[in-house]
Design a binder for this molecule. Sequence first.
Ligand SMILES: CC(C)(COP(=O)(O)OP(=O)(O)OC[C@H]1O[C@@H](n2cnc3c(N)ncnc32)[C@H](O)[C@@H]1O)[C@@H](O)C(=O)NCCC(=O)NCCS
Ligand SMILES: Nc1ncnc2c1ncn2[C@@H]1O[C@H](COP(=O)(O)OP(=O)(O)OP(=O)(O)O)[C@@H](O)[C@H]1O
Length: 265
Amino acid sequence: MLVVGLTGGIASGKSTVSRLIQERHHIPLIDLDLLARQVVEPGTTTLIALVKAFGAEILQPDGTLNRPALGRIAFGDESKRKELNKITHSAIRKRMVWLLIGYWLRGTRIVVVDTPLLVEAGLWKWCGEAVLVWCSAEDQLKRMLLRDTDKGLTEEDARSRLAAQWDLNKKKNYADVVLDNSKPLRPHEAASNPGTKDEDSLEEQVQRLVARWRRQTASVTGVAKWLVAWLVPPVGLLMGYLFAKRREWEFSVRLRTAGEDAKAE
Ligand SMILES: CC(C)(COP(=O)(O)OP(=O)(O)OC[C@H]1O[C@@H](n2cnc3c(N)ncnc32)[C@H](O)[C@@H]1O)[C@@H](O)C(=O)NCCC(=O)NCCS
Ligand SMILES: Nc1ncnc2c1ncn2[C@@H]1O[C@H](COP(=O)(O)OP(=O)(O)OP(=O)(O)O)[C@@H](O)[C@H]1O
């Protein structure tokens, strides 16, 4: 099974790409932002742990999580954010692994995992391919404000959310594929933009990417690997482990060349 890690920064266009992959190309998708919401539903041990760590002011009167309030605490202070990650990430990963196992049992060929923290949390090594949805920090800020101002997001909130994540140029070093989302979304919009071609639009880039995944997984070696991993799970696990180790080594060479530190959070 080809597990693709899809990442980017806040408001860089991950959900837009996810929607295209899921709805237009019918590839299953695991959204870690969504799992992050499920693990903090009322009554969960994760929500209880969060209240213990950050106080009852992170709850709404009805007992659900007050997301903007927790966001303000976590995005404004690195140590608080680390604490939040420590509490939530293991529960999110557990859910993700169960979902992956489910897809694998059903014989799925390609699954996309959408997560903003693919690089920061070190998940990139465990993916067959890491895809980064890139745009400039100015575009991220502009798009975030356009999207979220009516949900109460101020420019200060937006800047602190942006500062809470790695710069997207730094994340490029960890990506196998970079989707340039500084251009228009659709081909016809690209045509009316001076200096931009139809094939530069996000939709066309995603179309080409998915076509390659399909060719790759339908090739003789792709099918043979998938079949062996599916029929003999221990061999599949070993193949996955060796692949991750090779990937870690290849990227550490690449990162050293780029002057980056391979260690994530
Ligand atoms: C702090 C919370 C409550 C704020 O909720 P809110 O609804 O306002 O934002 P939402 O969850 O939609 O996240 C919006 C974006 O913020 C960024 N973000 C979220 N969590 C983090 C984090 N821990 N570190 C850096 N950026 C983050 C991501 O780009 C995400 O797409 C929420 O983001 C959360 O529970 N975060 C911890 C879990 C987590 O790390 N999720 C990311 C996927 S693993
Ligand atoms: N190429 C583009 N041109 C203009 N607007 C865009 C483009 N791509 C995405 N957008 C808009 O930018 C906003 C952010 O995109 P999206 O929600 O896909 O980002 P995201 O990376 O999933 O964000 P988050 O991490 O906050 O969930 C949305 O309102 C989306 O419609």
